[in-house]
Design a protein around this ligand. Structure first.
Ligand code: CU
Length: 106
């Protein structure tokens, strides 16, 4: 398969995904919201774990995941849009920003 170009939007094999991890405690990140930097076009496998049931939302990409205590979930992001996007909790009246995904143009 060498030399055969892949279509730009083809899903990369799992081994090619950039793995990021985020541990949520009490609905927030103890050390403050970190910024994860990736390059446009990367496939991001964001592994989220937490100690409470919480819904999370990646703004801009409009992706959602439901967290249950003790069960990590993987939020897969095809980082096709450049920019800075907050990942926040949902539910209730307020949103807490957990992290930022910064996608740099190629
Ligand atoms: Cu939101």
């Amino acid at each position: 398969m060498l030399g055969v170009p892949r279509p730009a939007r083809a899903p990369a094999p799992a081994g090619e995904a950039r793995r990021l991890e985020l541990a949520i405690a009490g609905g927030k990140i103890a050390a403050g919201a970190p910024t994860h930097r990736v390059t446009q076009g990367e496939l991001v496998a964001w592994v989220l774990s937490g100690d409470a049931a919480v819904d999370v939302h990646l703004h801009g990409y409009d992706l959602e995941a439901k967290l249950a205590p003790g069960t990590p979930v993987m939020l897969v992001v095809d980082a096709s849009i450049a920019g800075r996007f907050p990942l926040s909790t949902h539910g209730g009246r307020s949103e807490t920003t957990l992290a930022y995904l910064e996608v740099y143009p190629r």
